[in-house]
Design a protein around this ligand. Structure first.
Ligand code: ZN
Ligand code: ZN
Length: 379
């Protein structure tokens, strides 16, 4: 099969690799029709993870079931399915509690597995013609009758729409409240979109890329350009001097100031300052336990100086982590099916698989207009 292959930092190619196949009776084999490049793919692209050369990336996958193992009873050949980026088993203690993001059996001794990602188990990704899906009955979201027509909407159920939604849930957002979202990349935009769908009264989105900020405004959020001045005073001004009820971190450990200086704790500090007392902060931007290329010795061990004093003084709460996609994807699918949500508004480019290297390069450079890249391996 053809697949995107990671060869090293800044170096990906589209090569012929061994076909994905059914390995366990609980597997399904998917012919990928739509697969996205994710912002978190840029971490390995930039050499900021321990990803092994030869890995096939891709964890935002949608396609058609072309084979199932003997023990698969629910999912059928011919089904159109969207695959959560988490690989859960469905029967461990954490999966049972709804934390498919912390499955105990699919990547032991760690908690949590995923496709084509460092430290997430031996599973190849879906930026390829074929994908093996373990525990298919648990992991496949079977899509409705409009699956092909709305593929660009439904593919967002694999990661970024649920992840954006999760950020708002972690923050504790209630209808009528305000929320400040740091980062207007795909996940930040999905968090803003989710906050609007959940009835937030005021949604503020911070970024510095005009194309991303325009998209935020297109869904009714207030765009704050942090290249034109500090963020906190503007949030205060927009919230009668009190701060936002809620905050969402959608940037992660490679946060940098408008001059390009990397400051991994910048967004957390801004949230502690701009969320009002007793408010909540949801963190879905990726932070790493080890970051060998980090700017400071502490940060190389995943440690960030953090304003614990203000955090405590204000009685804030913070919750974090990868989204357990299965907690949300079925309901968000119904919002798409009923035309209440169209998360594909962020898609800027649809490319054949062969053009993945160009897609990575433009998305990584944050080139104007490259807001989200969708690959079509079957094209
Ligand atoms: Zn992703
Ligand atoms: Zn499990």
């Amino acid at each position: 099969m053809k697949a995107v292959v990671y060869n090293g930092p800044g170096n990906i190619t589209v090569d012929n690799v061994e076909d994905a196949r059914i390995e366990q009776p609980t597997d399904a084999l998917i012919r990928i029709t739509t697969t996205n490049i994710c912002g978190s793919d840029l971490h390995f692209y930039e050499g900021r993870t321990s990803m092994q050369p030869g890995t096939v990336p891709g964890h935002e996958n949608l396609g058609e079931v072309i084979a199932v193992g003997a023990a698969v009873v629910r999912v059928k050949v011919g089904d159109q399915v969207c695959i959560p980026f988490n690989i859960g088993c469905g029967f461990c203690e954490n999966c049972e509690r709804g934390f498919s993001s912390a499955c105990l059996t699919t990547n032991p001794p760690k908690a949590g597995a995923g496709y084509g990602y460092p430290d997430m188990g031996p599973y190849r990704g879906g930026q390829a013609e074929l994908l093996r899906v373990p525990f298919a009955d648990y992991n496949c979201l079977v899509l409705p009758e409009d699956a092909v027509e709305k593929a660009q909407d439904y593919v967002m159920l694999s990661d970024i729409f649920p992840t954006g939604w999760h950020a708002t849930r972690l923050s504790g957002l209630m209808p009528g409240e305000s929320i400040v979202i740091l980062g207007s990349g795909p996940v930040g935009l999905m968090a803003a979109y989710s906050a609007r769908l959940q009835g937030a009264a005021k949604v503020m989105v911070v970024d510095r890329h005009p194309d991303r900020l325009r998209l935020a405004e297109s869904i009714g959020a207030i765009a704050i350009d942090d290249s034109t001045g500090p963020v906190v005073p503007r949030v205060m001004e927009l919230t009668d001097g009190r701060g936002a009820h809620r905050g969402a971190e959608c940037v992660g450990y490679q946060a940098h100031d408008p001059e390009g200086q990397e400051r991994p704790n910048m967004t957390l500090d801004e949230l502690v300052e701009s969320v009002r007392p007793t408010g909540g902060i949801g963190v879905v931007g990726v932070f790493m336990p080890q970051d060998p290329a980090g700017p400071e010795p502490m940060e190389r061990e995943g440690r960030l100086p953090f304003d614990m004093g203000q955090f405590f003084h204000k009685g804030l709460t913070m919750a974090s982590g990868q989204c357990p996609v299965k907690r949300y994807n079925r309901h968000l699918m119904e919002l798409v099916r009923e035309d209440r949500a169209h998360p594909s508004f962020i898609v800027s480019h649809e490319l054949p698989l062969d053009e993945a290297p160009q897609g990575y390069a433009h998305f990584d450079a944050r080139d104007e207009g490259w807001t989200k890249v969708v690959l079509k391996p079957a094209a």
